[in-house]
Design a protein around this ligand. Structure first.
Ligand code: BG6
Length: 485
């Protein structure tokens, strides 16, 4: 990140949780590093009738909360002077006319480059009307680059995503649509690709001859908590699998891109290789779960949360497997699992489990990409046991401790906003990728609709998840590596 960027950001959803937890601190960090120049301004909008002064206080508090560093208060206050607030009702044309006037004033005042970012951190039901007004009021006719950034979920299935995309295309070309999957902005996810790219020996073994299978785990101890209203309409399949898991898997399974521009074509081609599920394959290859009350009563059952229906069949856990039948993988299984309120803690990894001589080896050789906590690659290899003759013993090789301690990963939103300013879509989800992701997720959802409602709850909160997830992998003669069952 060596090029300084400037421009105007219009943030819809300025009072929201994401803005306060992630976006303001990320922008501040970009500014502090000098990557975001002095010639930038941000107009925050939401329905609330805030003043600029109140808005500045919110910005400063969100930065102090994030950094836990009181000494930054003065510089955060200076930074907040670049922020302006306008209250906006998404359906009121006159509100957008005021917005346009403000944008033109600020463009002169800050001598910004001709970059305009519209960040839609709002309910997806408002995406269409907002982009419609940006066109109708001529905002996107102001000479310059106009790009729209959208938070997930992009649709609730393929059909709704398609119609949302068509509506957006009236105002924005595909090259100006930036669909965020914050996992793709994580340095530790990008490191999967980088490690493969920078180490030719990886490519030599990155195929069915040497890799037995992959395990992708995104498990969370965090329960659904106060997000019941959103989550009950979504579930683990759409909240984590449809987007984050499939994106992570595509970095693992794709053919190596020839250049950065070739990343999307390679991910798209890989996603196309993932077969759709049918009723039978869902019954054998997908496990879903929902948590009940914790055994010690410390966590309420999912169905008892506010916003969740009392007979909800929404899954808070999903695990599954599929095989890719291309030249590279020839049937290699990809196992995945994700869930809420699990005893594992927050644990995100990709395990590449290597073929080995299991009749003599201690446990499988493997490479583990650790995504959370963010620290890169661990390698576990069978070696000669110390003073053990020629008995094999698994040795874990960890990254250098000093490097780990000095390595502070950038917040993924920081990287994503910076790339959007540059007009570089490399880290955003293309329509082609999204279409495939929906095809795969829809095929599972459609099969579930044909089945009887599941017998939920089927795991107590703060345990390892449903037993069937264990059987899913063990029936193939394999086991979940970590956290173990
Ligand atoms: C979000 C999901 O997209 O990702 C949340 O909506 C989930 O349910 C979160 O907790 C996980 O992200 P991270 O970066 O904390 O692993």
């Amino acid at each position: 990140m060596d090029q300084q960027v400037s421009g105007i950001i219009v943030l819809f959803g300025a009072s929201g949780d994401l803005a306060q937890r992630k976006l303001y601190p990320s922008l501040f960090h970009l500014y502090q590093q000098g990557w975001l120049s002095q010639r930038f301004a941000l107009i925050g909008t939401s329905r609330r009738p805030w003043t600029d002064e109140h808005y500045h206080e919110i910005i400063v508090e969100s930065i102090i909360n994030y950094t836990k560093d009181e000494s930054l208060r003065a510089v955060a206050g200076e930074f907040a002077q670049h922020f302006y607030y306008i209250s906006n009702d998404a359906s009121q044309t006159e509100d957008y006319i005021l917005l346009k006037d403000k944008m033109l004033d600020l463009q002169k005042q800050y001598q910004t480059d001709k970059n305009f970012l519209y960040y839609l951190s709002i309910a997806p039901s408002l995406f269409e009307i907002t982009s419609h007004h940006l066109k109708k009021t001529g905002i996107i006719d102001i000479p310059g680059n106009h790009r729209v950034i959208l938070e997930k979920p992009f649709g609730v299935d393929l059909a709704s995503a398609q119609s949302l995309n068509q509506a957006l295309n009236i105002s924005f070309a595909e090259s100006d649509i930036y669909r965020i999957d914050h996992y793709v902005g994580k340095e530790s996810v990008l490191n999967i690709w980088a490690t493969r790219q920078y180490n030719p020996f990886f490519e030599a073994i990155w195929n069915h001859n040497y890799i037995d299978h992959f395990q992708v785990t995104l498990s969370e101890d965090l329960p659904v908590g106060s997000r019941g209203g959103y989550y009950d309409q979504t579930g683990a399949l759409l909240d984590m699998f449809q987007n984050h898991i499939l994106q992570v898997i595509s970095f693992v399974g794709m053919d190596l891109p020839n250049s950065q521009d070739d990343l999307h074509p390679k991910k798209e081609a890989f996603l196309r290789e993932i077969p759709s599920f049918d009723l039978e394959s869902v019954q054998t290859n997908i496990v879903r779960g929902q948590y009940g009350q914790a055994k010690d009563g410390s966590e309420p059952a999912y169905r008892d949360l506010e916003g969740v229906s009392e007979d909800s069949s929404t899954e808070t856990f999903v695990a599954g497997k599929f095989r890719i039948n291309n030249d590279r993988w020839q049937g290699t299984p990809f196992y995945f699992r994700t869930g809420k309120a699990l005893s594992s803690g927050k644990y995100t990894t990709v395990e590449a489990v290597l073929k080995d001589n299991l009749s003599t080896c201690d446990s499988p050789n493997r490479m583990t990409f650790v995504i959370t906590p963010e620290y890169g690659l661990e390698v576990s290899m069978n070696q000669k046991a110390f003073k053990g003759g020629f008995k094999p013993q698994t040795m874990r090789m960890l990254p250098d401790k000093e490097i780990l301690e000095s390595r502070v990963a950038s917040e993924s939103y920081e990287i994503l906003i910076y790339y959007a300013f540059l007009g570089n879509q490399m880290l955003f989800t293309t329509w082609e990728e999204l279409k495939e992701q929906w095809r795969i997720a829809d095929s599972i959802k459609d099969a579930w609709l044909q089945l009887d409602p599941p017998a939920f709850p089927n795991y107590p909160a703060m345990t390892k998840g449903p037993e069937a997830a264990k059987d899913l992998i063990e029936s193939d003669g394999r086991r979940w590596i970590n956290p173990q069952y």
